[in-house]
Design a protein around this ligand. Structure first.
Ligand SMILES: [Zn+2]
Length: 108
């Protein structure tokens, strides 16, 4: 591959434009280049969050997806456990338990 490591300025520009909007070769390079990923990650702290979200959006790695899925499944199981606990403690119907567990009606 003739495409070399982009300059820090190019990496910055890539962050600013966002994944998929800039040079596709840059997307492909960063996706496959641990060195450039490291350079992005080691940028100043205040931008680390942007770097991370940009990387996550671009890489969309199966590992990350799996982590997000298992996290939400865990949350759902925990919420379900709470509901069952409420129904057992208070002897109330599940519908009432849901209201008790989530008084403001937020979707969980
Ligand atoms: Zn590189």
């Amino acid at each position: 591959m003739r495409f070399r490591h982009p300059s820090m300025a190019k990496l910055q520009a890539w962050l600013d434009t966002g994944p998929g909007e800039g040079d596709g070769r840059l997307d492909a390079h960063i996706e496959s280049c641990a060195h450039c990923t490291e350079r992005l990650e080691s940028r100043p702290q205040e931008t680390a969050g942007d770097v991370r979200s940009a990387l996550i959006a671009t890489l969309a790695s199966p590992d990350g997806l799996e982590a997000r899925l298992s996290e939400s499944i865990h949350d759902r199981m925990a919420a379900r456990g709470d509901l069952r606990l409420i129904t057992e403690l208070f002897g109330v119907p599940l519908r009432t338990a849901k209201i008790m567990a989530n008084p403001r009606g937020e979707k969980s």
